[in-house]
Design a protein around this ligand. Sequence first.
Ligand code: UTP
Length: 475
Amino acid sequence: MQSLIDAFHRAGQEHVFAFLDRLGPTERARLFAEAAEVDLVELDRLRRTLLGRVAATEIADVVPAPYIPLPEKGGDSEKWIQARAVGEEALRAGRVAAFTVAGGQGTRLGFDGPKGTYPVTPVRHRPLFAVFADKLRAAERRYGRRIAWFILTSHQNHDATEAFFAQHRWFGLQREQVHCLRQGRMPAVDPSGRILLETPGSLALSPDGHGGSLRALERAGAFDRMQAVGADVISYFQVDNPLVRVIDPAFIGWHLLTGSEMSSKMVPKAYPEEKVGLFCRQHGRTCVVEYSDLPLDRQREVDPATGKLRFLAGSIAIHLLSRDFARRVARGEGGMALPFHRAEKKVPTIDSEGRPVQPDRPNGIKFELFVFDALPFASNPLVLETDRAGDFAPVKNAEGADSPETCRDAQLRLFASWLRACGADLPVDASGRPAFPIEVSPLFGDDFAAFAESWRRLESKPSSITPGLCLGADS
Ligand code: UTP
């Protein structure tokens, strides 16, 4: 332990052990374990590069990134059909693994428990994890291959997540195919770069951002596991979006056909101020520019040729990464290390006497990695348009935009649109939402084609749709 204390001393972080004499054996052990997690060389680099200046993103020369439009929006229908076939072939060959990032703190939702355990569906109140598991089971049935599922957890929610899966018997998946892996943590620092203590015996540590997911895959040996089962494409999605097409053959096909190392889905921004990252090009590379970094007047620019927003392509955090590319980025090979971003936050800490301090304004800086920062490193990156109604309805906030209510409504609209397209009698309002809750299990249909096929095979179709209808609930 002395060597650890010495290393912190040399790094100018000796205050971390200032209260050592006051700690009992368990608290000491915890403090040493947390201190051992800190990469002092990395932290020193961040102190030199990211502190003392406002991190300005150079955006003067960014231009919108090109994207492949949906067939109904002018895309090449033949190519979409071909892509779907290529994706299906890859799925039948077992080349795809699923990866959910669920290590966030979910502070805006304010739900007590891992976000993936949040009951999200309109009738059965199925948790987010169950929805994804059902989608994976549907894909496994269709393509006849088991799909390995990796789930990024945090130190805070790892045990609860594993317990939840065990309690629900892995939602019908095989226990061995579900792998929870803990993401790394970073210490928060004060403006001079000194690590903040949360208590006299613990550091103020927080998850290292969704970009930390790649390092976590590497640490957990997940890339080797993928390789062992022949999976070379990683389907990456966030835990808060029950509409996501967890396994999307057309997307996978486009990714493979274009030789892309990282592919991303876009939706056209709903309105200029919508808070989504934007796919752009800068210095000949594709990147995501955060909405807060692009001035509003530029976000409102209209392309005179199309009459649409110039910066139209919103990121919905759905990506495909080729396994070997993700591994190279995780290892930082060839200068491909993801950059850290800094965020000023209110970090509960202690004063020089060890008494708790609840700051009322930002007192600390947190460091986070973002997965989309891998895009500029990728060869042949691809941005593909998707249909928002069928792929994106996140639960971020307790109320208002992107809340459980808007997400539930989006699910209702999607299910209603499928039923109505198959001729079911279901009145809806002007927005397409039915007046009462209904639900379609992904095991009945995880997209319209699958739904229509199951509907066609239904022996007794309901003559009209009644409240609480639940299709595929017993599957
Ligand atoms: P968000 O940016 O929505 O953050 O994460 P959050 O932590 O879930 O929620 P707030 O901001 O505290 O309210 C987007 C996705 O990235 C994952 C989240 O779990 C979510 O799926 N994520 C985020 C991680 O896995 N690790 C992180 O460190 C941060």
